[in-house]
Design a protein around this ligand. Structure first.
Ligand code: VTB
Length: 332
């Protein structure tokens, strides 16, 4: 690429960062119309439809790499679907129109609409399996955390690095029976645990602003696609994250290798999960620790969105006050 072309893409990226916020706003508003209705599928479908519509206005030649599932199981935003107008840079797209479908269905905190973009080949094409994850926010020495070390050691190392007692550290963990040993380990240090029902993309992002969220570290096993999305966000905010796929059988191993991951047992750093310049956007669906949920007012709809870019490290919080609500194509 010659320098002029590069510059052209650079400025396109600048605009794209802002445009991405429109994509997550649309998905979040659609999902929020079904917030608290107890119907995960309907809320997810509404978010998918809205995100896809808005995404296809973007001047990109995008391919969904982290999406709603394999082509045969997800009719829209499936892995491999081409998105955008086709005119523009060739990009990998990672998305989750409704991260935390159960949270949305119950109208509890921290469900989000999320998306990340990177140049083709720069996102980890992770299969829909579990991933062991560990993440902390910015400002700590390199390699304070170690995915292979016991949770108690990670808590103690982080406390030392932060200059506090382990009892002053707070960890975020998905509330799942599989996490019983990790929970016991963490509690043995005196640290506090925030158990979350779903939404580990938000859980990881919360570590980046512990003063606001009260979360210092994320530990546990969640979805691999959500791991890549979280890594993309952390690339922009700073922080450290490591992930390793949990491969349970030969079918998963073959699928993983088929997606281009030659060593399925590899521990990926956040830089390996999301390389190069990364753009990330999220809009709150339900009220959360770092983004408010969508508000439906008499004359407008209000959204709370964060857009970020790794190459500049700029993080923008955008409060959208939408007076023309027809653009959201909401059903009665
Ligand atoms: C997590 C969580 C997601 O999946 O990744 C989780 O962040 C992992 O799967 O919101 P299990 O529910 O099987 O534990 C979600 O809950 C939904 O995709």
């Amino acid at each position: 690429m010659n320098p002029q072309e590069d510059k052209c893409l650079e400025s396109l990226d600048r605009k794209l960062t802002m445009e991405l916020g429109r994509v997550t706003e649309a998905a979040a508003v659609a999902a929020a119309t079904l917030r608290g209705h107890g119907d995960e599928k309907a809320a997810d479908q509404a978010a998918v439809d809205a995100m896809r519509r808005e995404l296809n206005y973007l001047p990109i030649d995008g391919v969904v790499r982290i999406g709603e599932g394999e082509r045969d199981e997800a009719p829209m935003l499936y892995i491999g679907e081409e998105v955008g107008t086709g005119d523009g840079p060739a990009l990998d797209v990672a998305l989750d129109p409704l991260e935390g479908t159960t949270i949305c269905a119950k109208n509890t905190p921290n469900s989000l609409a999320v998306i990340a973009l990177a140049r083709t080949g720069n996102l980890l094409y992770a299969p829909d399996v579990y991933m062991d994850k560990i993440a902390i926010g910015p400002g700590y020495a390199k390699n304070v955390i170690d995915l292979e070390a016991p949770a108690s050691e990670n808590i103690k190392a982080l406390a030392k690095e932060k200059g506090v007692k382990p009892s002053q550290i707070s960890a975020c963990v998905l509330d799942r029976p599989r996490h019983a040993p990790i929970i016991e380990e963490i509690r043995s240090t005196g640290a506090s645990i925030r158990l979350i029902g779903d939404g580990d993309v938000a859980g990881v992002i919360h570590t980046t602003n512990s003063e606001e969220t009260g979360i210092d570290i994320y530990i546990g096993t969640g979805g691999a696609p959500e791991g890549v999305l979280a890594a993309a966000a952390l690339r922009c905010t700073g922080g450290q994250m490591f992930g390793r796929l949990v491969i349970k059988n030969d079918e998963q191993r073959e699928r993983t290798i088929g997606m281009g991951i030659s060593d399925p047992t590899q521990i990926f750093s956040m830089e390996e999960m999301a390389k190069g310049d990364v753009l990330f956007a999220a809009t709150g669906v339900t009220d959360g620790n770092f983004l408010k949920g969508v508000k439906f007012n008499q004359d407008n709809i209000v959204t709370d969105t964060v857009v970020m870019r790794s190459s500049t490290g700029t993080i923008r919080y955008i409060k959208g006050v939408h007076s023309d609500i027809s653009k959201f194509h909401l059903k009665d």
